[in-house]
Design a protein around this ligand. Structure first.
Ligand code: MOS
Length: 695
């Protein structure tokens, strides 16, 4: 058990320390990094989904005034490592997906670079490609593990036997669409290669982790770590798409080495982000649940079919939440993949849990209706004493409390369970509920340095603020760990010059960096006491050995939605959406609320709007910009509220935090789908829910 830090600064809704700079436009993002006479890089992308480049004519591009260099798959430097095929930029003439980069142009301006890129003539030997995910494909395969190290399949008891003998069963197939992360700031890099000595590469990059990014870039380019610096003080969102470097970062570095001493700027266009920055696989989920007359589950199973790129395997762990959410003696989870000629899919906010909390949470709603049991009550009846997957006790689990608190706040009591019977004017009205979950993670490899400088404490750690609030929340933790006012703490993040920090991913950022800061603060006080001298400093890392292994640690939540469906047009509105979460200690209620409601909005978006439409003839997402890839906007969001329980978990870390970046998206789409069913009586099992399904 950890002694929880006494909260003084923690718990305060302090305003963002970087807020004024962001509002005034003085916060510098990667592309804006000041540079003298920067060169601009534009990319040439394959226009076939599979084949081989047979020739590239660069003459017209090179003849354009202001063009500095054109590099192609035939002329590019050979990289030190091509092990990660996604990052093996310009290393092969083989085309594995439409949009793959086959060349780049460097020019004096971005306009010239783009014009020249359009003038590059690429000839292909085009091959037939295969880009259609279907559950009945005969070439589905079983990955060894799912993201990153989960068992692919699990089985306990006999689901088939339980299904055959149960009082009630649900057996349906659900699907989620393809989604693209689309952070506000596109993937962008300013890269500078200083040829002095053995060379030194600086990357001002929009990344969720400067140190992990540097490690990858060094491996690909064959550079020692101390010859590369990655800088990212401000990042305009990532949602996982900046959690690992994509090929654009490697291309920027390669381009910088073409023009030594000159900064090179490369920003993906919004359209390029649909083929080069990762995305979430579509999923097809066969879900089975069985229960007795009282609603106690005797079986729960999910068999998932999804896709990976042939370039690099990414197996989304969609079945994972079904392993631990509810008590059931019989359970099964499986994952099968189709390897397609498509861009590389990757992390997107709550990989696994996000799609995996759709099918099963709708299936439970169907079961509740069949049994005549309230869907809140059904979930409460299946609360497991211990983690069903590992048998470990929970570090803390307050799902039931979230459901009850949410029901109370939402006004759930007395809900008429019948679907399609409430009409207000032209609107059919319904309500729905679903659970949320996200694992509590802490990474290794994080170290903080604390230095006493001119009467204040400087805390240095290569952490990231991707809009999450790290600039503000890390000082709160440091202040409490040092037992000083928060104004006496200055935090420096987003630079590999600072001690190593883990990625802002898996909702683990603050859990990990905060733990490192607490360790450093304790060591600092142990060494120098409460009256340090100027320049006293202490650097120490997160104590991974002290990480509790004996409990299952998760954040939980419950989401309640009111849906209104126009009886004539099928238009769907969500006037009310409430989330109640039990996610450990909330370090800053202001920035935390933003995380919760942001993720819930993304879940609403998944329910009603988001859908990357792939044309199987071209292997191309046709709605590849924000004009046609629809997301929930302000007008789509009604009364959206996030609340949380005051949860004290002594097992997770010294702050008692569980991570809050991702849980809000989990279960949200299911709650919307369940509310739409309650409004209309139409059970939509495929996302997004569009009006044509309701008419
Ligand atoms: Mo998040 S998808 O783990 O960056």
């Amino acid at each position: 058990m950890t002694e929880l830090l006494e909260p003084r600064a923690m718990g305060q809704g302090l305003v963002r320390r970087d807020g004024v700079a962001k509002v005034r436009g003085t916060a510098t993002y990667a592309f804006e990094t000041p540079a003298e006479r920067p060169a601009h890089c534009a990319l040439v992308q394959a226009t076939v989904a599979r084949g081989r480049v047979t020739a590239i004519d660069t003459a017209a591009a090179e003849a354009l005034d202001g063009v500095l260099a054109v590099v192609t798959v035939f002329t590019a430097e050979r990289l030190a490592s091509v092990e990660d095929a996604e990052l093996a930029a310009l290393q092969t003439a083989e085309v594995a997906f439409r949009g793959q980069v086959v060349g780049l142009v460097l020019a004096e301006t971005s306009e010239t670079a783009r014009e020249a890129a359009d003038l590059v003539e690429v000839t292909y030997d085009e091959q037939p490609h295969d880009s259609e995910l279907r559950a009945d494909r005969d070439d589905l395969y079983t990955p060894e593990k799912v993201n990153p190290g989960f068992e692919t399949d699990t089985a306990e008891g006999d689901v088939a036997a339980a299904m055959a003998t149960a009082h009630a069963t649900v057996d349906h197939t659900y699907s989620t669409a393809t989604y693209h992360n689309n952070p506000l700031e596109p993937h962008a890099t300013t890269a500078l290669w200083d040829p002095a000595g053995d060379g030194f590469l600086t990357l001002w990059d929009s990344t969720q982790g400067v140190h992990p990014s540097r490690a990858t870039v060094c491996q690909v380019l064959g550079l020692p770590q101390d010859h590369v610096q990655v800088v990212a003080p401000h990042v305009g969102g990532g949602f996982g798409s900046k959690g690992t470097p994509h090929v654009n970062v490697v291309l920027a570095a390669m381009a910088a080495r073409v023009l030594p001493g000159r900064a090179v700027k490369l920003a993906l266009t919004r359209q390029q982000m649909f083929s080069l920055a990762g995305y979430r696989t579509p999923t097809i989920q066969h879900v089975q649940v069985a229960a007795d007359a009282e609603g106690r589950l005797s079986a729960i199973a999910i068999d998932v079919v999804e896709q990976t790129s042939k370039v690099k395997e990414f197996a989304e762990q969609t079945g994972v939440p079904t392993r631990m959410m509810y008590a059931s003696p019989n359970r099964r989870t499986t994952h099968r993949l189709a390897a397609l000629d498509l861009p590389v899919n990757s992390w997107m906010r709550a990989p696994g849990e996000c799609p995996g909390m759709f099918g099963p949470e709708v299936a439970l709603d169907e079961l509740a209706h069949d049994l005549g049991i309230d869907p809140v009550e059904l979930r409460i009846r299946n609360e497991p004493e211990v983690d069903p997957e590992t048998g470990k006790p929970w570090s803390s689990r307050h799902l039931v409390e979230c459901l009850r608190e949410g029901a109370e706040r939402f006004g759930w009591t007395g809900r008429d369970p019948r679907p399609g019977v409430r009409r207000e004017g032209g609107w059919l009205v319904g309500t729905g509920v679903a659970s949320s979950v996200y694992p509590t993670m802490r990474m290794a490899d994080s170290t903080a340095l604390i230095r006493f400088e001119a009467g204040r404490y400087a805390v240095e750690i290569g952490a990231a603020d991707i809009g999450t609030g790290t600039w503000t929340t890390l000082p709160q933790i440091a202040a409490d760990a040092l037992d000083v006012p928060v104004d006496d703490v200055e935090v420096r993040i987003g630079d590999t010059r600072y001690p190593i920090a883990s990625v802002a991913g898996g909702s683990s950022g603050l859990n990990t960096w905060g733990s490192a800061v607490v360790e450093a603060a304790r060591a600092f006080r142990g060494e120098y006491g409460t009256d340090p001298a100027d320049g006293d400093e202490m650097e120490t890392g997160v104590d991974q050995a002290a990480q509790d292994e004996d409990h299952a640690a998760y954040a939980f939540g419950a989401q309640f939605v009111e849906a209104r469906v126009d009886a004539d047009t099928g238009e769907i509105r969500v006037p009310r959406h409430l989330g109640v979460f039990a996610a450990g200690r909330i370090v800053n209620p202001r920035t935390a609320r933003s995380q919760f409601v942001g993720a819930m909005t993304m879940g609403l978006s998944m329910a009603l709007h988001e859908n990357s439409l792939l044309d199987p003839r071209s292997g191309h997402v046709v709605n590849h910009d924000l004009a046609e890839y629809h997301i929930s906007v302000n007008a789509d969001v009604g009364d959206l509220q996030a609340h949380w329980l005051d949860e004290h978990d002594p097992w997770v870390n010294a702050m008692g935090t569980k991570g809050i970046g991702e849980i809000g998206i989990t279960g949200a789409a299911a709650a919307v789908a369940n509310a739409v069913w309650h409004a209309t009586g139409v059970r939509v099992r495929d996302l997004p829910i569009t009006l044509d399904a309701l008419l």
